[in-house]
Structure formats: structure tokens, C-alpha cells
Design a protein around this ligand. Structure first.
Ligand code: ASP
Length: 367
């Protein structure tokens, strides 16, 4: 199949095409989102909660898809989709984020541009309404990648981003979860056990130009203290984007995702596999009588199969799981593959693409 494609483009050979850079399938785009993974089972959600979460996921997909459909950039789509989820109190991001041990709300967010691996991240912000937008400003308007706490909020205000009182983010449900956490002995229960689902939000996209982007936003873990930072704002752990491979956003037990470097690990493995397959295909081209290859295998016509991408994502999640972590990732590639992988009973998730209708799911047994 790949050889057939290569034959068709054999006449396009130029030296500049030698670099192994997978190209977009012209005019196609893909968007994948998540709203957290965890012990998400049918008997744990009321029909109203189930419907509200699906509606929110659909709204986020629509917001990002509207950008991509018009030929807009994957970065804009990722930011647009995440802002919808940050505003929705059903998710652990923006409004509705979990409480810290001290009863405050502190956000983490990150974003990455696959074109040049520019990245921006913030941790421990407490006044910025849309932390994902702040992460993007760090990327584009500061010389830095990662800002923390009050300094990040100060930069945010200087950038003219909307500021709100910390109490604006609070919801009763998250307050109850903190009360439950505090009612137990420290050490008796991990923050992960309180809600048994993580609720972080994220998005990955590839636009019509084949550029990938990824973003993640969260309140972290209920009862977090001592300045704890999870994987979500850590580039390479919770978020990564590289046009040579993929875009990834994660959710789950952040400490394990940091230790494995989950998002970067998936992208690195996809890049190496792509290069291996391409080299193999080129080495298999028969030689003509003049000693030259009969045709040129163009990287731009090449991409991994969806099952290859799935295998890589699954193997990295399994590696993280073997250490004791739980959670999942969303992945997209420059050639349009869209994949979820998670080792929890469910993950709030959705995908949309130029050639398919939007689709959202919650439980592990849904397609
Ligand atoms: N990964 C996030 C953290 O560890 C939590 C989540 O995914 O909800 O902070």
C-alpha cells in the first residue's frame, strides 16, 4: 500500500524532501479532547450528570472544530476547546477546580506548539480566569516557558487577561470533597481516592496545514499541599506536541506521569517508529538498471497506521500503570490519527474530524 503511494509520487523527488517530516493529509483536521479519567462508571453518575458532561464535551468539541473547519490553527482550536471546559463546573479546571489543603484553588496549565516546540506553562495561579490562555501568553509573550504562583498571575494581569477572585472558581461539590479529605487521617487516604476521577481537561489537534498542538488545564489534586505540582503543567509529562510525531495531553495520577515523561515518551516512540518504517520502505525500493532506485518514497506520503499509534500509546500507559499510576492520554498525529488510551474504568473524552461526526464518550466500554 505504502509502496503504491510511493510509486505515484516517484517523480516528486527533490533533496529537500529527504527529511522525514510527515505531512498533513491536505484539507483534513482532527480534534481530540478529554475531561479527565478515573473510576467513572455508570452507577456513579446520575443521568443528569451524564448528560451535562456529554453536553459540555460536545460544546468544547464544537468550539475547537469551528476553528479548524475554517482553516484555523490547531493552537487556536486547543485553546478554544479548553476554555469551554475551564468554564464548566463539571471539570477540575478553571471554575469547578478542586481545593487545596488550605481551602484555596490553584490552577496548573500548559500548551505546546508542534511546529517549533514552543511551549508555555503556569502552576499555582489563583486569579486568572482562563489558565490555558495564560499558558499561551507565557509561550508567545514572555522569554520563558514556565511561570509559577503570584508571579504568573502578575504577568497575566500585565497581559490584560481576565482576573477574578479566587472564590469565583469554588463550587459546593469540590468543597465537600475537600471536607471528606480533611476528615480522614493524613496518609490514610490519597488525594486520588477522594473523587476517584481526576477531571483535568485537555485537547490535542491537527489543523489543515498538518500542524499539531496540545494543551492541558487542571486544579490538580484535592487537598494538595506543600506546593505540590502534578504533570499537567509539566511539558513532556502532561503535555507535548511535535510536528514530527504527535500531540499528547494526559490526565491521571500526575506523579507517575512525571516519572515516565508520558507525553514526550509517546511522541518520541512515534517519531522513532515513523523514521524506522520510512527507512525500511526506502530500503525496499528496487533498483533500476542504472543503479538508481526505481522511485522515491516521500515522507509526506507516509504515516504510521492507527493501530501502530494505538500500540505505542497503550504501551506507555502500561509502563506508567506498572509503576502504580492510573489515567490516560489523548493523542493525535500530523497525518490525522486520533487515539485515546487509559487504564481507568472511564475517561471523559471526545473527538471530531473533517471526515467524521463529533463523538463523545464517558465509560470504558463505549466506542
Ligand atoms: N494529572 C492531574 C494532576 O496530577 C490530575 C488530573 O488528571 O485530574 O495534577
Amino acid at each position: 500500500m505504502r509502496v503504491a503511494i510511493a510509486l505515484a509520487i516517484a517523480t516528486l523527488f527533490t533533496a529537500s524532501q529527504l527529511s522525514a517530516q510527515p505531512a498533513a493529509v491536505q484539507g483534513r483536521w482532527t480534534l481530540v479532547i478529554h475531561g479527565g479519567a478515573g473510576v467513572i462508571e455508570r452507577d456513579r453518575l446520575t443521568p443528569e450528570q451524564d448528560a451535562a458532561i456529554r453536553a459540555a464535551l460536545n460544546a468544547a468539541l464544537e468550539s475547537g472544530s469551528a476553528v479548524l473547519r475554517e482553516g484555523g490553527a490547531s493552537l487556536d482550536a486547543v485553546e478554544a476547546a479548553i476554555r469551554v471546559l475551564e468554564d464548566d463546573p463539571n471539570f477540575n479546571a478553571g471554575r469547578g477546580a478542586v481545593f487545596t489543603y488550605d481551602g484555596t484553588i490553584e490552577h496548573d496549565a500548559s500548551i505546546m506548539d508542534g511546529r517549533n516546540r514552543s511551549a508555555g506553562a503556569v502552576t499555582g495561579t489563583s486569579q486568572t480566569r482562563y489558565p490555558i490562555t495564560l499558558a499561551r501568553r507565557v509561550m508567545t509573550e514572555s522569554p520563558h516557558v514556565f511561570l509559577r504562583g503570584s508571579g504568573a498571575d502578575q504577568f497575566s494581569a500585565e497581559q490584560g487577561l481576565e482576573q477574578v477572585e479566587n472564590s469565583w472558581f469554588a463550587t459546593d461539590r469540590r468543597r465537600e470533597q475537600l471536607d471528606e479529605f480533611l476528615a480522614r487521617e493524613v496518609g490514610e487516604v490519597s488525594a486520588y481516592d477522594i473523587d476517584m476521577k481526576y477531571g483535568t481537561v485537555g485537547a490535542v489537534a491537527v489543523d489543515m496545514d498538518g500542524n499539531v498542538a496540545a494543551g492541558t488545564s487542571t486544579g490538580g489534586m484535592t487537598g494538595k499541599r506543600w506546593g505540590r505540582i502534578g504533570d499537567s503543567p509539566v511539558i513532556g509529562a502532561g503535555t507535548y506536541a511535535d510536528n514530527r510525531a504527535c500531540a499528547v495531553s494526559a490526565t491521571g495520577t500526575g506523579e507517575y506521569f512525571i516519572r515516565v515523561g508520558v507525553a514526550h515518551e509517546i511522541c518520541a516512540q512515534i517519531r522513532f517508529r515513523f523514521e524506522q518504517e520510512l527507512a525500511h520502505a526506502r530500503a525496499s525500493v528496487p533498483m533500476a538498471e542504472d543503479g538508481m532506485p526505481e522511485y522515491y518514497v516521500d515522507a509526506s506520503e507516509f504515516g504510521l497506521q492507527p493501530n501502530q499509534v494505538q500500540e505505542i500509546a497503550d504501551s506507555v500507559i502500561a509502563e506508567m500503570g506498572a509503576l502504580g499510576g492510573t489515567g490516560g492520554v489523548i493523542v493525535t498525529t500530523p497525518w490525522g490519527t486520533a487515539t485515546y488510551s487509559f487504564n481507568t474504568p472511564g475517561m471523559y473524552r471526545g473527538m471530531a474530524a473533517s471526515e467524521m461526526d463529533a463523538n463523545v464518550a464517558i465509560y470504558g466500554d463505549e466506542d
